[in-house]
Design a protein around this ligand. Structure first.
Ligand SMILES: [Mg+2]
Length: 133
């Protein structure tokens, strides 16, 4: 299973598990930030000494939060219609030129990672919360 297979599977799972929010980029952004915060909280507790990295439950917790982050990140990449593998390769090339070739101002052409000329699957209304008043 390559990274684009993971993106497709995450999009499919999201549509099945949470059909009302699976195409909502605002929700996915908040969810990604939420999971990142959960990981940061575990790391914070290790940093201050109330959890130990020697504890296998703590390591399992970190693994679980990283998996949650991966899932929401994959969903966002899928929502935007990016080719995840190409996106990574282009950004890595940019970083190599930036950090290994001092003085380079080359900017990556990430357009090559866009898989479709169609706009992303979500519309601008997905940013607006739906509320009954
Ligand atoms: Mg989590």
């Amino acid at each position: 299973m390559d990274i684009n297979d993971i993106v497709r599977q995450c999009r499919t799972d999201s549509a099945i598990y949470f059909p009302s929010t699976s195409d909502d980029i605002g929700h996915m952004t908040l969810a990604l930030c939420g999971e990142t915060g959960e990981l940061a909280n575990v790391i914070k507790k290790i940093h201050r000494g109330s959890l130990s990295i020697e504890d296998e439950d703590v390591v399992a917790s970190i693994a679980g939060e990283l998996a949650d982050i991966l899932i929401y990140l994959a969903n966002m990449i899928g929502l935007f219609g990016f080719d995840a593998s190409e996106l990574y390769k282009l950004k890595r090339q940019f970083n190599n030129e930036r950090f290994l070739d001092a003085g380079s101002n080359h900017q990556p052409d990430l357009d090559a990672a866009v898989q479709s000329d169609e706009p992303p699957a979500f519309g601008p209304t997905s940013f607006i919360p739906q509320r009954d008043v």
